[in-house]
Structure formats: structure tokens, C-alpha cells
Ligand binder design. Sequence first.
Ligand code: LLP
Length: 438
Amino acid sequence: FGTQSVDEQGHLTIGGTSALTLAKNYGTPLYVYDTALIKERALAFIQTFEREHVKAQVAYASKAFSSIAMYQLAAEEGLSLDVVSGGELYTAIHAGFPVDRIHFHGNNKSDDELLFALNAGIGCIVVDNFYEIEQLKRLTENHNKQINILLRVTPGIEAHTHDYITTGQADSKFGFDLNNGQADKAFHAVRDEKFIRLLGMHCHIGSQIFDTVAFSLAAKKLIGKMLTWKTDFGFICPVLNLGGGFGIRYTEEDKPLQPAIYVEDMIRSIRSEIGEADYPMPEIWIEPGRSLVGDAGTTLYSIGSQKEVPGVRNYLAVDGGMSDNIRPALYQAKYDAAVANKMTAEATTTYTVAGKCCESGDKLIEDISLPSVEAGDILAVFCTGAYGYSMASNYNRLPRPAVVFVEEGSHRVVIKRETYEDLVRLDCSLQGETVGAH
Ligand code: LLP
């Protein structure tokens, strides 16, 4: 993956630094991001639009991994940003991310969050439902603020990894249904609003998608609706946002496409749907999360105890688990791994990699073939860059690991390891003051 390699001692290197050095310097578990790979991915998306001469914004879906350093990196690489909460917005602003390139998502934004976004001068709010339209009308008017919006619609196309389904009506908590008049109703509710500027439509059809068919279908459906709004009401949408969901390779079984292929196909579908119609090519926005940071991330663990269930399996336990990577337990997600200090040794044993949480389901990988391991070996689990740290918890009061960025032989901490003091920082003692008791 990326700039990973094996040095003369048979040790894994990431971005030019030995995984063992990283584990020794920063401790384990440790999330390591190869920033060269993040930059390569960002550039691949951006340059494809440039090659096609299509105006675009590539917005990093920061729920995949958000931190001040990551937001700064995204800004430097010319990405825009998708945030989904006041907390992500706060972090992005704190990081100095250009606010006019931030898009705010969510199906239940609070008044406080919307006001925060309005006051900050956010680039765009992706409006999800009728309640939010009313919130925005009230807040923009009361505070005399202008706002750009997209309407999030559900086109009735859902992609699930290798498959997609099309339905007349999507059973989703997100967005206005495109097929039953809801999207039109939302359009009419905002098009003449003084403080609201409708830029166009948004849809997100799924995650970890491996082909271009579903994106094409969605693009065609949304363009079709945009053409109708022009014919019927003379309204032109300057923006079309097709969301994220581009797949990555977690294991050999996954066969994702290059970023360029997804983008080229999208553009082709849009152009063909517009066809001979007198309609300007909209600006295309996309929102990759996983495909920008997923395979750039590796988690390093120290191996500790082992247990043999004779004739069934060998467990090896690591010093993290579902607290730093919930995906195997939550989605039966599959991962690949290697023993960082035994990269050239022969794989002789089948192991199940268990975490240290008090829960039988805390297994990171089932049945992986590795060299024979012992306590103190370093296990590298690959492709943990998306929805790893961002979904990490303090379950069992495990401190969350540190995050390190590596590139061309240099390394730096971008999120510090939590300490035991951090774990009790928000706790209040029973001996403290009680308010409201008589
Ligand atoms: N845009 C919207 C509106 C989204 O809801 C999402 C992801 C994305 C973009 C980015 O999708 P990506 O390119 O990362 O696939 N926790 C799950 C993934 C949840 C995705 C939610 N929405 C996981 O660990 O697989």
C-alpha cells in the first residue's frame, strides 16, 4: 500500500520510517498516516476534473478522519470540506480552513449549529428536510444573513459495494425524495427566498462502491430533474453534488477503480444526459472520505497474550481492538495485516486477531495467515485511515491512541495519545457541589 516497503532488516517501513521506530517512539496502539498517499489521492480527483475542463469542488468528507492537522492538510491540497456537525465545523475553523469552502451536512442540524455556520460565513448548507428549510428561513431573516444551499435528494438509487438497487421511493432518513414530489416541493419552498440562494442538488448513494453504474444512474436522474426545473420554471442549477462513496481495497477481494475512472464516468454521464439541451454544464462537487484517507492509514499494535483453542483457532491479542477500530464488530469489515518486524518470515500459522476489550466479539481479523508471533511483536493492520480514529471510543476506559503523520522519512504527532488524566477530566466527584438540592 502506498509508500510502504520493507527495509534490509525485514521490517515494515511507512513513508520512509520503520514501523518499529514509530512504535518505539510513540507507543502502541498507534495510527500512522502516510500523507503522501492522501495528497496523491486528492490530486488524482482534482486533476481529473481539470483535464476534463469541468469546474469542480472535491470536498473531503471529514467524518472519515477529522483533526486540526488533517483539516490543514486538506486545505493545503486544495480540497473543500464536508462537515456534519458543529464539532467538525468548530475544528475546521480552528484549523484555519477557508470557511467559504466548507459544506455543512446533516439530517438534524440544531439552530445553534446553523447559526454558528451562518455567522462563520459557511460556503454552503446541504439542506436535508422541510424542518431545516423553516429553520433557515427564520434564522437568515432574523440575523440578516445570506446563505447558499443545496437540496439533498434521495434518487431511489442505493449502492451497496458491488451491487445497487433502484427503488421508486427510498427508505432513507436523509433528504427529499426525488420520485414522489418532495424534491419539487422543497425547490418551490426555497427558490424565491430572499436570503436563501439555491445552488442545486446533492445526493449520496452509498459507501465503498466499486463501479460507476450507480453514480451514472444517480447523475442522470438529478440532471433530468434539473432540466425539468429549467423548462418549467426557467431555473438553472449551477451546482450538482454527487456525494462520496468511492471504494478502496481493504483486502485482496476488494477491486476498486482509480479515482479518475469514477470522475470521468460521472462527467460522461452528465454530458450525455444534458445532450443537446440548452443547459450549462454545472459545477460538479464530490465528497470522498474513505478514498482519500482509508488506505493511507495503518494501525500499529503490540502483540501480547495468545490462546489456543485446540483444533479450532489460535488467538493472538493486541493492545487495542474495537475501541480503536469498531468496523469489524459493527460491519463485519475485513482487514489485512502483517507482522512489522517479521516481514520476510514465512507465514506458518493461522491466527484470529483479538482486541483487549471485555467482549467476545472484539476480534479485528479472523483467520489470517502470519509468521509465528510472540509477545512484543508489532502487528500492522492496514487501511485503517477511514472511520477508525473518528469512530474510536473509550470503551473499557482505554485511552485513545495517538495519531502520527509520516512522509518521506519524517514523522510528527498530530493527535496526542490520551492519558489516564484525560479519561477523568470531565468526571465530577460525588464530593463536589450539588446544585438545586434543597
Ligand atoms: N457524503 C455524505 C453525505 C456521506 O454521508 C458520506 C458518508 C460521505 C460523503 C463519504 O463517504 P465515503 O467516501 O467515505 O464512503 N462508518 C461507515 C461509513 C459511513 C459513511 C457515512 N457517510 C464505515 O466505517 O464504513
